[in-house]
Design a protein around this ligand. Structure first.
Ligand code: 1GP
Length: 256
């Protein structure tokens, strides 16, 4: 079921339109904080909420999704770290195959466990080539998955990895420097993956300033993901939303 969420993403990508995703990590978010983020997202457009994290120790993911769905029309996409984190109340799931790693459990194993549950659910499935990138220190995602991230300064390896993922039929690529990364994925790597593949490209990890958001969009990210910085400073939601909207406004004005 690739359906409407994927169609919307590819249409936006084909028109050069960018999107903003806010990562909501249940381990870092209570209902009051979530309410505040939802209020802000009414003033400052947000295109997606990604729900998940590399660990997810807390048990209130389901309650948070229910809370969001009762108050917001922004689609909620699961961003699961394993097959325990499925939830039918979400709109869709980034079905991540960790193609930067060589751990079969995260390439296919967890997916086999989840497959019958996904088939029974109404979740829209977005098959995603997930690439962790080394951004200076070991991240929870890389430790928990037992994988080596892509070397920061090897865009060609990232490009070939994404190409292989696309050839295998994955419909989205996600370059992730890891939550709270010291610095984001380089523009050179984003550009290389963008040039090597046709599918929409999501970029996240360490995007904590307007300039870093802008740089990722200019280099070719179709969707930028922001998590930590909004947990630290709520005003950043408005600032980064404005960057994405201005980018799209300029694109709308320029002749094809
Ligand atoms: C991590 O891409 C996300 O998976 C978001 O990262 O929390 O650093 O914004 P940050």
């Amino acid at each position: 079921r690739l359906t409407s969420l994927y169609d919307a993403l590819t249409k936006r990508r084909n028109h050069g339109q960018k999107s903003l995703a806010i990562l909501l990590d249940p381990d870092h978010l209570d209902e009051a904080n979530c309410r505040h983020i939802l209020e802000l997202s009414e003033k400052h457009p947000v295109d997606y909420f990604f729900m998940g994290g590399s660990l997810v120790m807390s048990s209130h993911q389901a309650a948070l999704i229910r809370f969001i769905k009762s108050r917001s029309s922004v689609p909620v996409l699961l961003f699961p770290s394993n097959s325990l984190h499925l939830d039918e109340q979400a709109d869709g799931i980034l079905l991540l195959s960790l193609i930067s790693g060589r751990n079969p459990d995260f390439l296919i194993g967890q997916h086999v466990i989840a497959a019958p549950l996904l088939r029974q659910s109404n979740l829209q499935i977005l098959p995603t080539g997930y690439m962790l990138v080394d951004t200076g220190r070991q991240t929870t995602a890389s430790y928990m998955s037992g994988t080596t991230p892509l070397p920061y300064d090897k865009p060609a390896i990232a490009a070939c990895t994404a190409m292989a993922g696309e050839q295998l039929g994955l419909r989205l690529m996600y370059l992730d420097g890891g939550s709270g990364a010291m610095y984001p994925v380089s523009s050179a790597m984003i550009r290389a993956v963008r040039q090597a593949t046709e599918v929409p490209l999501i970029v996240g990890g360490g995007i904590n300033t307007v300039d870093k958001a802008q740089a990722a969009l200019v280099a070719g990210a179709d969707v930028i993901v922001v998590g930590n910085q909004i947990e630290k400073n709520r005003d950043f939601l408005g600032e980064v939303s404005k960057v994405v909207r201005s980018f799209n406004a300029i694109k709308n004005m320029s002749p094809e």
